[in-house]
Design a protein around this ligand. Structure first.
Ligand code: NDP
Length: 375
């Protein structure tokens, strides 16, 4: 009777320890959209460490990484991170829950959690080695979460954390930008109309930088509306030609990859500490193809060679990576509540439409973010 009462009551009135199962979208193998499976019987997450919290998910944001992970991208590295002792065992990753952004409410705090309490509204970007937010509940470390901006609904909030922490990691940690040193800087964002680009434009404009953006012609008004000072249409011909005619840049954030790095570094001011940071790196592809040890060696050799080659021309070449960070999100919360950054929700889906949401992502041409309303 006690168990029955527990399961029927709200997550706040009784401890979540009473629950053993929850609804979620899971995958049991890697593949295309058909591998997504809804279940009411996913394992309820539990606190493994005293600094963790359980969050009831209200909205989940999706990213291109979710589509890639559904197909097995990064599996070699991520399974070692998830469970080093069993990573060689086939199937140890499953059932896997995707979804990297969450906005929701804390229902349980571990004993070492000081800064958060039950019922706090929080948001977070979930590291790819953890179970994701396409579920009713998710477990996160307290240092990965932050209080959600009061001015946003959960659906709006779920459009920000993953792209914000990625842009923060690339622009602040790797490129060395901050609100105090952007004033006179010229920044180029290659690929400004997607999730990372739409966030980066707004953050850099809030910090006073001059921002040039590449995007397709039909996104020009959209990125100008977010604050872009100068827009170059990459569909009109080789984009490096109009970009070369502009004054040189202090920082380039590359969200596009491919052959961009063949020409983009020539657009930087030489011998001034200017940096090119690309988010499109072969790191996880290398470890998937070559295994962890050889993949990491290959990666280190590639990045070191490129960095040295460009250093001799007076510019810095760097790879940028997503990094989970509650403190970075605290700063973003302030900027959102101050009206400096707004969520850019491209399309919203209900929890029953998760396969459609993945399909939308796969179709490309994002104009901001795809969000799933879990409640
Ligand atoms: P999105 O899919 O949200 O956005 C991509 C955008 O780029 C779309 O708006 C697309 O619109 C536009 N685009 C496509 N081709 C070009 C081009 N040649 N020039 C300019 N714009 C173009 O992706 P995200 O913003 O979320 O991520 C960007 C990239 O960064 C992805 O490759 C992602 O995998 C990577 N990434 C890497 C991370 C890391 O840790 N290293 C973390 C997060 C993201 P359209 O096609 O209509 O022009």
């Amino acid at each position: 009777v006690k168990t029955l009462l527990c399961r029927q009551s709200s997550p706040f009135s009784t401890s979540s320890r009473c629950r053993t199962i929850m609804p979620a979208w899971v995958i049991d193998k890697y593949g295309s959209n058909e591998v997504l499976r809804f279940t009411k019987n996913a394992r309820f997450p539990f606190l493994r460490f005293p600094n963790e919290v359980i969050v009831k998910v209200f909205a989940a944001g999706l990213n291109p990484l979710d589509v890639s992970m559904r197909g097995g991208y990064g599996a070699a590295t991520l399974s070692v991170k998830r469970d080093p002792l069993n990573s060689m065992q086939s199937g140890s990753d499953f059932p896997l829950i995707l979804g990297r952004d969450v906005s929701g409410v804390i229902i349980e705090c571990g004993m070492d959690v000081k800064y958060f309490r039950e019922r706090d509204e929080v948001w977070a970007a979930i590291p790819p080695w953890k179970q994701g937010s396409l579920a009713e509940f998710v477990v996160l470390s307290a240092n990965e979460i932050s209080h959600k901006p009061k001015s946003l609904s959960h659906t709006e909030a779920a459009a920000i954390p993953y792209v914000a922490t990625t842009a923060w990691s690339a622009l602040v940690n790797t490129a060395g930008l901050s609100k105090d040193n952007c004033g006179k800087k010229r920044i180029l964002i290659l690929g400004g109309s997607g999730g990372v680009g739409t966030f980066a434009i707004q953050m850099l404009k809030a910090w006073g930088a001059h921002v040039t953006v590449t995007c397709s012609q039909n996104a020009e008004g959209f990125v100008r509306g977010l604050g872009a000072d100068h827009v170059v249409d990459y569909t009109a011909g080789p984009v490096e030609e109009p970009l070369s005619a502009l004054d040189k840049f202090d920082v380039i954030l590359d969200n596009v990859g491919g052959d961009t790095e063949r020409w983009a570094l020539n657009l930087l001011k030489p011998w001034c500490g200017a940096k090119y940071v690309t988010l499109v790196t072969p790191f996880l592809h290398n470890t998937d193809m070559l295994g962890i040890a050889d993949g990491m060696m290959q990666t280190a050799a590639t990045v070191a060679t490129k960095a040295l080659k460009h250093l001799m021309k007076g510019v810095h070449y760097r790879w940028g990576f997503f990094a989970p960070s509650g403190p970075a999100l605290d700063e973003v919360t302030e900027m959102v509540d101050a009206g400096q950054i707004r969520p850019v929700v491209d399309e919203t889906f209900s929890f029953s439409q998760v396969p459609q949401a993945f399909q939308k992502l796969e179709n490309g041409h994002a104009r901001g973010k795809t969000v799933v309303q879990v409640i």
